[in-house]
Structures are given as C-alpha cells and as structure tokens.
Design a protein around this ligand. Structure first.
Ligand code: NOJ
Length: 766
C-alpha cells in the first residue's frame, strides 16, 4: 500500500490521496460524483491513521479555553490544546457561537496531521436560545408533528451557531416523579415514548445534513437510567428482563429505526454492570441485534465513574472495560486518550475495536459533510439572521399552547371573560421570566421568557392586578447549585389576600422554579414547594373563584387543590413563549387539548406509579381485610391518570365495535368508536386505544396504550375514529426470551385517558 500526501496552498484544501491495493485512488476530502461513497472515503482516512490518531477520534473534551484569549500554556488545558493540534480530539462539547467553533475547527483542520474536522456537541434539550416547553411538557401534546417541528426549530437554531450535534432526545421511560430528570423525557409510557423519540430524531436530523439546518441527534441514556432506585439521580438500577425489553428498550430501538446517528450511554449500573461498560447493551443489543451504525458516546465522565461504581480499579481498567463494552467516545474522562493505546499493545483491547469505533465516528463526520466543508456550520451572517427569529417564536408558542393540560374546570370557570372583570394575578412565578425556561435551558438568556403577567397584560379588557404573595426561592437559583426554598418569609401574604378579596377571579401561578427539576434535582417532597400551599389556602379563603396554573417540571401532589380549587391548569415549564401560551389558553383563544404523559400521584409514597402496572395475585379486596395489594392509608390509583386532560369542549364516546372478534396471522381487526363533541366549542381530543392481554407466558400489564389519534371536532360534530390491530401490535418479550404474539384473549379499551371504560373482547388465534 502506497500513501502520498500533497500539500496545497491552503491547509484546508490539503488533499490526501490513498492508493489502495486495488489501484483505486480515493480522496477523502474531495467530494465528487465519483467518490462520494462514504464507506470508501472513511476507509481511506482510517488507513492513514496511527493508533493514537484513531483513539484521538474517540476522545471528546469540554470547551477548555476562552478561544478569544491566549492559548493555554500550562496545566490540563494546555495538554488538551496539544491534543487538539495532534488530532487527538474527535469532538468537543459546550463550545458555542460560530466564532469560537470556527477558531477551534481551524486548529483541528489546519494544524493536525490529517486535518480531520471535529464535531461540536451541546445539550440542545428543548431548544438552543428560543425554547420550546420542556420535553415532558411537549409530550403532553401527543402531537407528533408539532414535536418534530419543535426539534427542527431547535436544530436549525443550534446549527446556526456552529453546533452539529445535540445530546437529545432523552428517551428514558420513568415512573417516578421524584427523579428530577423526568422533565427531559416523554414520561411513563413506552408506546407514546417511542413515537415521540422517533419524531424528535426526525426533527433534529431532518432528511439529510445537506443544508446545515439539521444536526446529529443522540439517543440517551442507554439504558434504564429512568429506573434509578427511589428516584434518586445516579442511583442503582436493578430491573428484570421483562421490564428491560418490554418497557425500557423500545423507545431506544425506535430511534435506531428513525436513523439516529449517535447514542449516549448512562451513569447508572444496570443489574450490576455500569452501562458504560456493558457489552450486552452496546455490542449485543445496540450494534448487534439492532444493527446500529452510528457511535456511542459515554455520559460525562461515566467511564471514570466505573471506579466509584466499584467495577474498575483505576482509569486504565475503566478504559479497558468501556472499550470492550462498546463505548466509542469518551466524554471528559480522558481515559481513552491516556490508556487505550497501551491497552491495545498489551492485547487487552483488540485493535479491531478501535478501528470500528474510529470508523463509526469518521463516517458520521462524512455524513455531516464536515470533510467537504469543515466550516459549514460557521456562517456568522446566518447566525445573526437565525437565532431567535420570528418564525421560531411562532413555532415554540404553538408548541407551548399544545402542551398545556386542563386538569379541572368546575362550572366552566375557564375560559375567563375578556372584559369587565377584576382579575388578581398571584404568585411569584407569574412574574418570573426565567423559570418557564425550565432546566437544560441551553443558551437562553436569564429572564428571556414571556411571563404570565406579560401574557395577561395583552388582554386589556379586564382590570389586572398582580401580587407575588410569596417568594418560592431565596436568592437567584443557579443551574448546578442546590436551590434554597423560602420556608419563612410570609411578608407579602396579606397583599395577595387583599388583592383576592377585591377581585372577581383570582389566577394563581404556583409550582416549581425552573431549576428545581433536571439533572441532580431529585426530591422526596412533591407538594407545592415552600409556602405556596399555605398561600393557596389563604387566598382561597378570601375568594373561591381561583384558577390555579401549575408550573412544574414533573407531576406534583395536587390533592388539596383538586378538592377545593375550581380550575386547575398544568402548564409545565413552557419555554420562551410561556406567558403568551398560558394567557391564550386562560382567555379561550386556544382550547387546550393536552393529555398527561405521566400519572399524577396522590402521595409520594405511591411512587413509582404508572397506569400499565401488573395485576398482582391480589388485585381486589376491601372491607376489613388487609390481605390484598393496597395501602391502608391511601388509594392505589393516581389523582390524575396517564392520558388524562380536559378541554373547553366536552367529548362523548359511544358505540365501540370490532370488525371481527377473531384475529389470525395475516389479518387485522379494525376497532372503531364514535366520538362526539357535545359542547358549543370546537375542540381537539386525543382518542386513545389501550389493550389488555389477559393471560401470557409472562404476566401482562392491566392495559397498555397501543394507539392514539388527535381528532378535531367542531361543536356538535361526531366522528368515527378507527384503529387497526394486528399480530405485531400484540407482541411482547415473552417468558421464552423472544418477541412473539401469544394466542389468547384480549380486551380493547378506547377513551380519553387510561381509565377508558368502553371495551370489547377479541381473540388472537394462530
Ligand atoms: C450529563 C448528562 O447526564 C447528559 O445527559 C448530558 O448530555 C451530558 N452531561 C453533557 O452535558
């Protein structure tokens, strides 16, 4: 094999030509109709690389220096800088803005021996600077098209500032609201979660990377991070095969089907093995069974954390376990760059594993088009014209409205009248322009959200007064620090009570401040934080016409409110346009249609709580006997079930029917229901289908979501909504340790939430 290197006038235009034994010449940074064959171009680079350079591709650093200042001369930053110049950095994260990205890319492309561009990643979780609702909020829309569009907006804005990789979507199924990261996912359900995961990948990645408006998505956290014991972040995960295959893995698989380019593994161990070192997950399932062609990045420092887990004795062993386990890129542990070459030479890690990882990463760079133009994402003019543009604001507003869930609306207190009313708006969160940004707020500036106060001020027909009533937090909450909650200062209570006394209607905005959820934000207490419950009760005493708007990144405990407050709206943390979205819903300019993606518990003691639980051997009881599966001091059921949400319209479900009651292999059953809007207001309803597999080789959940459809119904209109059921829809990971559909009896339910009662029975026979 012969290698020749030509250096042209501009370093970027350096052309490396590799002549392979078949006498074909391949230039890896010269696209043309002839050589845009990505596999061959990837091989052509790989064949030029030293072992250290290949390992360099597997190394990712956090932005380590102010690019506008002098180059680092000492310490860790200086070492990283040298690595960058040597081509020992495959990717960087947290470098923002075309200017900085360009400067760093220039070093990689012009100063490293092989001029290989790097990938720039960032946590674009629900937007870059223009924020959509937190992912849990978006999921409440059940609107896959809107969710895909929201991801596309995030991608376009991020791509305009030099980024080409987001660490999203998080597809961890979670049943425990104590876990602060529930805000980042799609909630408790595998079917809904899989559809949303698919949509988000399509939104971020688009059809291709040609126009620099799309970026790589990264499915995380592989796997089972959402099952951290007791909802405590980073805690141990221990789940059985059935839960792993039937509940946890399908959303991950859905993103592979959507063509996701990257995966991130997780901090947790699962059944005794840290995911970062799990060959079972990464090699057997992901790259083996699912045929995933992209690469896996570790979570932040998770390779080195295998030492604390008690699996690796030092960084070198951590690198060995991670590489053999199938982790392709090391995020910020530096164990690959330090130890992997030695491990290969000692025969502890096969070189073919290094080749495979480097190939996956390089191939992705070709797919992005970085070899053709490493500065493709670094157009300053585009950056200026794109960030925060009007079209994005409209898009995230639309998404925010669709995410709102109406939990209660006694006597149609909502929507509010638009004129002639005295409205008291109460709660510190009503005037908070940062909390609606939630956690993982990307590069959004503090105070950049529209507050509820600002939103409501756009309706001038009423007389609006505002009182904060009580502060939620003490001081300014910060991303990485514990939030101090106000438990003592009631000095503003009286003003709020007086405002309530003088009002026709009170709107109270209560809940969590933006940084009370997210990574490292587990809580055991899920009541309204601080003194807010006390304020709510005091205000209610003064005026019973209270509309409670809840801002939260997770389900909260709302029992008292549910029993007393006539109208309750779950408004999550809705992003940049939050206040406008809430005001439009409160005033009826938008008719809410959101449905809960997580059950709202009555008590923290019920957690984990989820609708698709198993029956148990003792599901029924009552009276004096205690010998059945229950709590002595609380119901088993949640306060608001999964899938629940009201509208200003009213919907009636009738006439559930099946096309046939017996399903065979190549057949299908059509199940239909009539849905009528019995109100005088046009609206939308998410019609949901659940199926119960009555008996199985392994026990089956009491019901599982298997279909849903957003249906628009004019006032008085009736529509028939139908779903098809086939063998595939009924399959599960059985006691035989494979996916199959077992013959037997099934019940199908259709309705507006997971408590749907209209039902019919059918059989699957083969
Ligand atoms: C740790 C988080 O677990 C992960 O989700 C995130 O992408 C990385 N940090 C990078 O910020």
């Amino acid at each position: 094999m012969k290698r020749r290197v030509f250096v042209l006038s501009q370093a970027v235009a350096i052309t490396l030509i590799w002549s392979c034994s078949t006498h074909k010449t391949v230039t890896y940074n010269q696209p043309s109709a002839k050589n845009n064959d990505i596999e061959r171009r990837t091989d052509s680079v790989l064949n030029l690389m030293t072992l250290e350079e290949k390992i360099g591709q597997m190394n990712q650093y956090n932005g380590f220096w102010e690019v506008t200042g002098p180059a680092p001369k000492d310490g860790a930053a200086a070492i990283k800088y040298e690595h960058l110049k040597k081509g020992w950095v495959g990717s960087m994260l947290n470098v923002l803005g075309t200017k900085d990205v360009r400067a760093l890319q220039k070093i990689a492309v012009e100063q490293s021996r092989l001029h290989i561009p790097i990938i720039f990643g960032y946590d674009v979780i629900h937007g870059y600077q223009t924020l959509s609702p937190i992912p849990l909020g978006e999921s409440a829309s059940w609107d896959l098209e809107a969710i895909q569009k929201s991801a596309a907006i995030a991608a376009e804005e991020a791509a305009a500032v030099g980024l080409n990789w987001t660490f999203a979507p998080m597809v961890d199924i979670t049943r425990d609201a104590r876990w602060g990261r529930v805000m980042e996912g799609a909630g408790e359900d595998t079917f809904l979660g899989s559809k949303i995961a698919y949509a988000r990948v399509k939104g971020f990645q688009g059809e291709n990377f040609r126009d620099a408006k799309t970026i790589l998505a990264c499915t995380k956290h592989f796997a089972a991070y959402g099952f951290a014991e007791a909802g405590r972040d980073y805690n141990t995960v221990d789940i059985g095969t059935s839960t792993l295959y039937n509940v946890v893995l399908p959303p991950f698989k859905a993103t592979v089907d959507a063509g996701v380019y990257t995966f991130m593994n997780s901090f947790n161990e699962i059944n005794g093995v840290p995911s970062t070192g799990s060959a079972f997950l990464q090699r057997d399932i992901l790259k083996g069974n699912w045929g995933f062609k992209g690469f896996v990045v570790s979570d932040w420092g998770s390779m080195a954390e295998m030492i604390a887990h008690g699996q690796a004795k030092d960084g070198k062993q951590a690198a060995e376990i991670a590489a053999n386990g199938g982790s392709d890129m090391d995020m910020e542990s530096s164990v690959y760059v330090e130890h992997l070459a030695a491990l290969v030479r000692e025969g502890k890690v096969q070189e073919s594993y290094i080749d495979d990882s480097a190939r996956r990463i390089l191939r992705t760079k070709f797919e992005l088009g970085l070899f053709d133009d490493p500065y493709k994402y670094c157009d300053e003019a585009r950056e200026k014209a794109t960030v925060g543009k009007k079209e994005f604001q409209d898009g995230v507003l639309d998404m925010a409205k669709k995410s709102i869930v109406l939990l209660k609306n006694q006597n149609d207190l909502l929507p509010l009248k638009k004129s002639g009313q005295k409205i008291a708006l109460i709660g510190a969160l009503a005037n908070d322009k940062s909390s609606p940004l939630g956690s993982w707020r990307g590069a959004a500036k503090d105070g950049s959200a529209v507050s509820v106060l600002e939103g409501m001020q756009k309706y001038p027909g009423n007389q609006l007064t505002f009182e904060k009533g009580v502060e939620v937090a003490i001081g300014t909450p910060v991303f990485g620090s514990e939030t101090k909650i106000n438990m003592t200062d009631r000095s503003e209570f009286q003003k709020a009570i007086t405002a309530a006394e003088n009002a026709d209607v009170v709107v109270m905005v209560l809940g969590e401040i933006g940084f009370q959820t997210g990574e490292g934000r587990s809580r055991v207490n899920l009541d309204l934080p601080g003194l807010q419950q006390e304020l709510l009760e005091a205000v209610y005493k003064a005026n019973k016409n209270v509309v409670l708007v809840v801002n939260s990144g997770r389900p909260l405990i709302l029992n008292w409110a549910d029993q007393n407050i006539p109208a309750i709206v779950e408004a999550w943390q809705l992003g940049t346009q939050s206040g406008n979205a809430i005001a439009q819903v409160l005033y009826g300019d938008y008719n809410p249609s959101g449905k809960l993606p997580m059950s709202f518990p009555r008590n923290v003691g019920q957690l984990p709580i989820y609708y698709n639980h198993k029956s148990t051997g003792r599901p029924n009881g009552g009276g004096e006997s205690v010998f059945w599966s229950h709590y002595g001091d609380e119901k088993n059921t949640p306060l608001y079930p999964f899938g629940y949400g009201l509208s200003y319209s009213k919907f009636e479900y009738t006439n559930l029917r099946l096309s046939t009651t017996s399903l065979s292999d190549n057949d299908r059953i059509t199940v239909s229901v009539d849905v009528k809007n019995t109100s005088k207001i046009d609206g939308k309803e998410v019609v949901q289908m659940y199926i119960h597999d009555l008996f199985g080789s392994a026990t089956r959940p009491v019901r599982e979501l298997k279909g849903f459809e957003m249906t628009a119904l004019k006032a008085g209109e009736t529509k028939t909504v139908s779903f098809d059921i086939d063998k595939k829809l009924l399959e599960f990971y059985t006691a035989n340790n494979r996916w199959e559909t077992e013959p037997g009896d099934f019940t199908v339910f259709i309705g507006g939430n997971s408590d749907a009662t209209l039902s019919a029975n059918f059989k699957y026979v083969n």
